[in-house]
Design a protein around this ligand. Structure first.
Ligand code: SPV
Ligand code: MG
Length: 271
């Protein structure tokens, strides 16, 4: 599940998900920015570090196009591994990138050889094979078709990628299902079914080959939905007197902040 802050990372863990998607889209939105490579690597990296401090779940860091060429990827992978990420996802878009799901977005891909070099660089500099390098092809997003997507996925797997992320913005799962059925490589597949939510976990399991599903932006969308609703109601009601029963109390925030520990520490140390 996507997260964009330590607090959302804590909630992802409490909800029982297996891992955290440190989404570039979500964090860009949190900063009030479009997801077009204007957020800096250090902004994203700092948030990954903070999330890692607050959650024991594996964090999959969305490092977009790797902040530049293979040289930038080398630096990024070292930094993200040190920050506590469990994996990086690198996508084969040009840098700067344009967010994938926007309609009529400028979706330009780098050459296969160039991106394979980025994957090889990431694999070469990680300090342990437990740190996963996930190669994401945007061939379907760019409208280049399944043959190109399969060609790219095979080249990235040959370059050492541990998993292949295939992204699609079709409103039905058809093109992703077709890709998955045709994929005969050994690398397991990752998907982000935002545009085709009818592909449920039950259907995904039945397909086989897909080892990870990322819910890419549901934390920020849930937060925006809830804030818009409550803010509008406070304005309409002329006060906060009617919304209290529909939002968590401050005690819940104290719990998430671990105020109990602070109280215990006060008893022990404040003499
Ligand atoms: C993200 O969450 O930043 C992603 C997924 O990369 S998407 O926005 O669908 O491209
Ligand atoms: Mg992203």
């Amino acid at each position: 599940m996507a997260a964009h802050s330590p607090l959302s990372a804590i909630l992802v863990e409490e909800a029982g998900f297996d891992g955290i998607w440190a989404s570039g889209f979500e964090l860009s939105a949190l900063y009030g920015l479009p997801d077009v490579s204007v957020m800096s690597m250090s902004q994203h990296l700092d948030m990954v570090r903070s999330m890692a401090e607050h959650s024991s779940l594996p964090i999959i860091a969305d490092i977009d196009a790797g902040f530049g060429n293979a040289i930038n990827v080398i630096y990024a992978v070292k930094q993200y591994e040190r920050a506590g990420a469990a994996a990086v996802v690198i996508e084969d878009k040009t840098f700067p990138k344009v967010t994938s799901l926007v309609s009529d977005g400028r979706q330009e891909l780098v050459r296969i050889e160039e991106f394979a070099g980025k994957v090889r660089a990431a694999v070469a500099v990680r300090s342990t094979p437990d740190f996963l390098v996930i190669a994401r092809t945007e061939a379907l997003i760019a409208g280049l078709g399944q043959a190109e997507a399969l060609k790219r996925a095979a080249a990235y797997a040959a370059a050492g990628a541990d998993m292949i992320l295939i992204h699609s913005k079709q409103r039905t799962p058809d093109e992703v299902e077709s890709f998955v059925r045709t994929w005969d490589g050994n690398a397991p597949i990752v998907i982000i079914p935002t545009s085709y939510p009818q592909l449920t976990e039950q259907r995904i399991r039945a397909l086989g080959k897909i080892s990870m599903v990322i819910y890419g932006n549901h934390a920020i969308r849930a937060a925006v939905t809830a804030m818009k609703d409550i803010f509008a109601r406070i304005r309409a009601d002329g006060g906060i007197h009617r919304v209290d029963r529909d939002i968590v109390g401050v005690e819940e925030i104290f719990r998430l902040q671990k105020m109990e520990e602070v109280k215990e520490d006060e008893c022990r140390f404040l003499k």
